[in-house]
Design a protein around this ligand. Structure first.
Ligand code: FAD
Length: 632
């Protein structure tokens, strides 16, 4: 028989990024025995890579800022598809979550009078991002880890054991959630290094597993981001929403192939970098949409003057919102004016003296030197859109973070959850999202454990055996496709057919190809044994990537409009009647089911924060009539 290590916890948190750590702290503070599980090393989550800052309407730099303005900006950014209650809670609670981090030991940059400094960012009306230089995510993770250590020291004093009430299981991957009827009963997985299995029995599980980017060939995401939490939720009876909405960042590296997708910071363009096609043309002037025309320069001369005299000139079109720039680059490449490696040129070398480039963009200088052997003070960079963030995710109750659907005891927070950002996320709103909803998930998971204490959910032996069989199957097979081949094929389908610009025929083709891939993934073969075997791990991840990709492709085919992170070439406009619809994904056996669900109606005191002229861009006539009745 297979050896399985067993643990008993009250709350199991899957994921050790900002959302997971904040949830775990809250569950432990509520007195619950808590486990934190992380697929990679402790501290190496996407959260650590975030640079810009955490958005919170503290009003430190501009006292006119408040939660209402932040709420409005967030709803606009998401093109009104956001779950309004989540956007409201996020705007109201972010400042407290940031201040609280300082009580854990965070040190944010300060204003002259000693307040937490806040910086400007796209889509935010006032300076709003609390930051620590350009390594805010690192400070966030460092502080949350420090808080956990201090709680463990408390437990050592009280119980003689650091791990008595909160323990980290690093390099441990969860492959299956176990149920007792409609209730969560535990989580099953393996240790990455030894390949040994481990079972966590717990009545409450918090999903905080982050994103799905590794289903795309070009992505800023790292290897762990295979949509595990999304898939675990689906398989346990929870639902996903908004899966058609992915954020493509316009500038990722495109060469060499081994580093394709790694992020090239927006600061390159902010500091004067320009985009050119293979003919040397600064093409962004051709891509300024009508709604933005008044705010953007029409000539290169005017655009260049803006950097030194922003009051009397308009912004360069290279600084349009991310989705616009990403689409423009995509069009140039498709029209045959791309670079040999399929990107466009980003040129800072001819714009600033070499020493200035090295001073302002030291990490970009190093990144290109080391990874691509390109000296950005002498040569242009090759860049193209890269899959960066998923707006869609586990459908949750906005107040409690409890997963919707048929399962109880399951909670989700951070990038793995859906609704908060609607069709497009504003920069900086992710870090604050993690803190606000991470805390709520931990709090309500703990409360759920108390409520259900009388009848603790039990793991069934047969389910554990099934999870073991499922995990060992790729190693046991005589023959089958290689996991790396299958991942490449999946990435090609998603990148080519469900990418930044989508078309009906291509999406239909994608679904056919995903169905074929799904069958091959069901018989994937990994060579070697259980000790540290990345091929085996990928074979297990593929099952998750496939089902989540199918949700994205289906929702993208269904939504016949363009909004935020979903662009349909055949339906290029935003359609008011689609604003009233969330597309909900669930599993029926192993079939993906897609349903329309009406969006919750914004409460009167929230909708009246907007002007009628603005609402008219988004709402149906019927909704506008309701608004008029309210306003009257
Ligand atoms: P993550 O931080 O992604 O952590 C997920 C955790 O889940 C990890 O510990 C992982 O190991 C674990 N996990 C996953 N699957 C499993 C499994 N099966 N079993 C066990 N553990 C599992 N946002 C901003 O607001 N501002 C920025 O400036 C910014 N810059 C960014 C730069 C880059 C390069 C990237 C990639 C993202 C950036 N983002 C930024 C987005 C933001 O960083 C992420 O959305 C956010 O950190 C996600 O946090 P999270 O806690 O939800 O998950």
């Amino acid at each position: 028989t297979t050896r399985i290590e067993r643990h008993y916890y009250d709350v199991v948190v899957i994921g050790a990024g900002g959302a997971g750590l904040r949830a775990a702290i809250e569950a432990r503070l509520a007195g619950k025995k808590t486990a934190i599980i992380s697929k990679s090393l402790f501290g190496k989550a996407h959260t650590v890579m975030a640079e810009g800052g955490a958005a919170a309407a503290m009003g430190n730099v501009n006292s006119r800022d408040n939660w209402q303005v932040h709420f409005r900006d967030t709803m606009r950014g998401g093109k009104f598809l956001n779950n309004f209650r989540m956007a409201e809670l996020h705007a109201k609670e972010s400042p407290q979550r940031i201040w609280e981090l300082e009580t854990y030991g965070a040190l944010f940059d300060r204003t002259k009078d000693g307040k937490i400094s806040q910086r400007n960012f796209g889509g935010h009306e006032y300076p709003r991002l609390a930051h620590v230089g350009d390594r805010t995510g690192l400070e966030l993770i460092r502080t949350l880890q420090q808080k956990i250590v201090s709680l463990q020291q408390e437990d050592k004093r009280e119980h003689g054991d650091y791990d008595a009430r909160i323990k980290v299981f690093a390099e441990t991957t969860i492959t299956e959630l176990l149920l007792d009827g409609d209730r969560v009963a535990g989580a099953f997985g393996y240790y990455r290094e030894s390949g040994e299995f481990v079972l966590f029995e717990a009545p409450a599980v918090v999903l905080a597993t982050g994103g799905v980017g590794k289903s795309y060939k070009v992505t800023s995401n790292s290897w762990e981001y295979t949509g595990d939490g999304h898939a675990l939720a689906l398989r346990s009876g929870a639902t996903l929403i908004n899966m058609e909405f992915l954020q493509f960042h316009p500038t990722g590296m495109v060469w060499p192939p081994s580093v394709k997708g790694i992020l090239v910071t927006e600061s390159v363009r902010g500091d004067g970098g320009v985009l050119k096609n293979s003919e040397g043309k600064r093409f962004m002037f051709d891509y300024v949409p009508d709604v933005f025309r008044k705010q953007y320069a029409e000539t290169e001369e005017e655009a260049d003057r803006w950097y030194t005299d922003p009051d009397n000139n308009r912004r360069p079109p290279e600084l349009l919102p991310r989705d616009e720039v990403a689409r423009a680059i995509n069009s140039e490449v498709k029209a045959g004016r791309g670079t040999p490696s399929g990107g466009v040129y980003l040129d800072i070398a001819s714009r600033l003296p070499a020493e200035e480039v090295r001073r302002r963009l030291p990490s970009m200088y190093h990144q290109f030197k080391e990874l691509a052997d390109v000296d950005i003070t002498k040569q242009p960079m090759e860049v193209g859109p890269t899959c960066h963030y998923v707006m869609g995710g586990v459908e949750v109750d906005p107040d409690t973070a409890a997963a919707a659907g048929s399962v109880r005891g399951l909670f989700a927070a951070g990038e793995v959850s859906g609704g908060m950002h609607g069709s497009n996320r504003l920069g900086g709103n992710s870090l604050s999202d993690l803190l606000v909803f991470g805390k709520r998930a931990g709090q309500y998971a703990a409360a759920y454990v108390d409520e259900t204490a009388a009848t603790r959910a039990k793991v069934r032996t047969a389910d554990v055996e099934a999870a073991v069989d499922q995990a060992l199957a790729p190693l046991a097979r005589e023959a089958g496709d290689n996991p790396y081949t299958l991942q490449q094929e999946l990435q090609a389908v998603m990148g080519d057919l469900v990418g930044i610009i989508r078309r009906k025929g291509e999406l239909e083709n994608a679904l056919v190809r995903l169905a074929a891939l799904r069958e091959r993934v069901a018989t994937v073969k990994a060579t070697g044994g259980r000790r540290y075997n990345p091929g085996w791990h990928l074979a297990l991840d593929l099952r998750n990537m496939l089902v989540v990709s199918e949700c994205t492709a289906r929702a993208a085919l269904e939504r016949e409009e363009s909004r935020g992170g979903h662009t349909r070439e055949d339906f290029p406009k935003m359609a008011p009647h689609w604003r009233m619809v969330n597309l909900v994904c669930s599993l029926d056996g192993d079939k993906v089911r897609l349903e329309h669900q009406p969006l919750p109606k914004m409460r009167p005191e929230l909708i009246t924060l907007f002007d009628r002229t603005e609402l008219a861009k988004y709402l149906t006539d019927e909704e506008l009539a309701d608004f008029d009745a309210l306003a009257a």
